[in-house]
Write a protein that binds this ligand. Structure first.
Ligand SMILES: C[C@H](O)[C@H](O)[C@H]1CNC2=NC(N)=NC(=O)C2=N1
Length: 93
């Protein structure tokens, strides 16, 4: 089971993640690119870290915009796994 987080820990970790917000049980961010091709290239770069983590973002692509949402399904809430993957995703250009 992934490490559960208190509300305080969730807020604290979110302040260190630029561009990410918590909405209910979801940790999300939206990235914008110069067109659809760049957006898809970014999404392709998420595959390897997601597979490595065994944790997978929900992804919405709208032309040059990629919306990423993370949650831990089996916990029904945010866990450390979501924040760990968000940190990795934040490093991807
Ligand atoms: C068995 C497998 O590890 C789980 O189903 C994983 C797969 N990827 C996942 N991804 C995300 N975002 N949340 C999960 O709870 C989750 N669970």
């Amino acid at each position: 089971m992934a490490q559960l987080l208190s509300e305080t820990e969730i807020q604290e970790q979110t302040t260190h993640l630029t561009g990410w917000t918590v909405s209910g049980t979801q940790l999300g961010c939206t990235r914008r690119f110069h067109g659809f091709v760049e957006a898809i290239e970014f999404v392709n770069k998420l595959v390897e870290p997601a597979e490595t983590a065994g944790h997978h973002p929900d992804i919405e692509i709208s032309y040059n915009r990629v919306k990423i949402s993370l949650t831990t399904h089996d916990a029904g809430r945010l866990t450390q796994k979501d924040f760990d993957l968000a940190k990795v995703i934040s490093q991807i250009k």
